[in-house]
Design a protein around this ligand. Structure first.
Ligand SMILES: [Zn+2]
Length: 83
């Protein structure tokens, strides 16, 4: 993974601007929801997905290893696995 080490200062409300190049790299657009968490003493900002990563379906979606997958895609995966 490439890290660019951009230095930014927080403003008086604790906000920062995420550099445009990094947003483009991760396909994070204006008004997209992001998830902020702390991992190993670091603040991690991730694009927040509310739909299946494979088909974009928003119903019957569950999380597996930090990714969202819908029941239909999960069943197709299981079917392919048993071939
Ligand atoms: Zn799906």
């Amino acid at each position: 993974m490439k890290t660019t080490g951009v230095i930014r200062k927080l403003d008086e409300l604790g906000r920062i601007v995420i550099p445009i190049e990094q947003r483009r790299t991760l396909d994070i657009n204006l008004h997209d929801p992001v998830e902020i968490s702390i991992e190993d003493g670091k603040i991690v900002i991730k694009k927040y997905h509310t739909s299946c990563v494979f088909c974009g379906n928003v119903q019957n979606v569950m999380t597996f290893r930090d990714k969202l997958i819908c029941k239909k895609c999960l069943n197709e995966l299981i079917k392919n696995e048993s071939k």
